[in-house]
Design a protein around this ligand. Structure first.
Ligand code: SF4
Length: 261
C-alpha cells in the first residue's frame, strides 16, 4: 500500500523548508495515529512536537501509554486548570437556568479542556525554542460529520498569530476514509487502541456526542465512572443529553442486546 497523499502538500513543503515547528495534537484515536504515521514520513523528526490534552479520569485508561508506544517523539501532556466535572458544576452554579452539560453546539469541553491548553503549550514552547513559525496539526476528517465536512485544510490561527508569531492550523488527512485510516495504521505495523474492538470512535469514555454503542461500551468498562456521570445528572438536575439521560441511552442499547441474544 502507498500512503494516502496529504492535503495541501505545497503548504506542507513550504512550512518544512521555512523551518516551522509542527505541533501534532494526538488524542490516542485512530485518526491521530494515522496522521502521525503519515506526517513522520514527510516532516524531519526535529521539526515535530507531539501534544496530548489529558482529560484525567474521563479519558480511556491506557490511552497515553498507547500514544507513547506508537510514536518516536517525546509526548508532551497538557492539562486544563479544571476538570470536565468541575466545568459542568461551575456552569450549573453560575447559570442554573440553562443546561450545564456541553453539547455539539456549545463544545466548551473541547475549547476549554483541549484546544485552550494545547494553544497555551504552543505559545510557551515556541517562546522556549525562540520559534516564530509553527503549524498546529489535527487529524480531523471530512467524513466524520457535516460540521467537519466544511473544514479547510489550512487556515491562519488568529489566536496564536500575535507578538511576532506566525501560526497556521493544518488538517492533513481531511480526505481519508475510515478504511484508509485503519489501513495506514496496519501498514506501519501498528494496531489501533484496544477500545476500537467495540467502539466506533475514541473520545472521552462518555462523550457528549457519543453514539449509544460507544456509551454502552464505556459503561461496561468503567461502571464507576458511569455512576459518577449519573450522580452529576442528579446533582445538577439536568440530563447529559438534551432531554435524555445517559442512563436512558445506555439502557436502550442493553435491552436491545438482551432481546437479540
Ligand atoms: S471527546 Fe466529547 S466529551 Fe470529550 S472533550 Fe471531546 S467533545 Fe467533549
Amino acid at each position: 500500500m502507498t500512503f494516502s497523499p496529504v492535503q495541501d502538500r505545497a503548504f506542507l513543503d513550504t512550512m518544512i523548508d521555512r523551518g516551522a515547528v509542527f505541533y501534532l495534537s494526538h488524542s490516542g484515536g485512530k485518526d491521530s495515529q494515522a496522521m502521525y504515521a503519515i506526517l513522520c514520513r514527510i516532516i524531519p523528526h526535529r521539526q515535530v512536537c507531539v501534544v496530548h490534552a489529558d482529560l484525567g479520569k474521563i479519558e480511556w485508561t491506557g490511552v497515553q501509554d498507547h500514544i507513547r508506544a506508537t510514536i518516536t517523539h517525546p509526548l508532551n501532556v497538557v492539562r486544563a486548570g479544571k476538570t470536565f466535572f468541575e466545568m459542568v458544576r461551575h456552569r450549573n452554579r453560575t447559570r442554573p437556568d440553562v443546561p450545564p452539560w456541553p453539547s455539539s453546539a456549545t463544545r466548551q469541553c473541547t475549547s476549554d479542556l483541549k484546544r485552550g491548553p494545547i494553544q497555551k503549550f504552543i505559545r510557551h514552547d515556541m517562546k522556549a525554542r525562540g520559534a516564530k513559525l509553527a503549524v498546529n496539526v489535527t487529524g480531523i476528517r471530512w467524513a466524520e460529520g457535516p460540521a467537519r465536512a466544511k473544514r479547510k485544510p489550512v487556515t491562519v490561527n488568529a489566536t496564536l498569530s500575535k507578538a511576532g508569531r506566525e501560526v497556521y492550523d493544518y488538517m492533513p488527512i481531511l480526505a481519508l476514509s475510515e478504511a484508509e485510516v485503519f489501513q495506514t495504521i496496519a501498514t506501519v505495523g501498528q494496531k489501533p487502541f484496544h477500545a476500537y474492538s467495540r467502539n466506533k470512535r475514541l473520545s472521552c469514555v462518555f462523550c457528549i456526542m457519543g453514539c449509544e454503542n460507544d456509551l454502552a461500551h464505556g459503561a461496561d468498562q468503567r461502571p464507576d465512572l458511569y455512576r459518577e456521570y449519573l450522580d452529576l445528572e442528579d446533582e445538577t438536575g439536568w440530563t447529559m443529553f438534551n432531554g435524555q439521560s445517559l442512563r436512558e441511552r445506555i439502557e436502550g442499547v442493553r435491552s436491545n442486546q438482551e432481546q437479540a441474544a
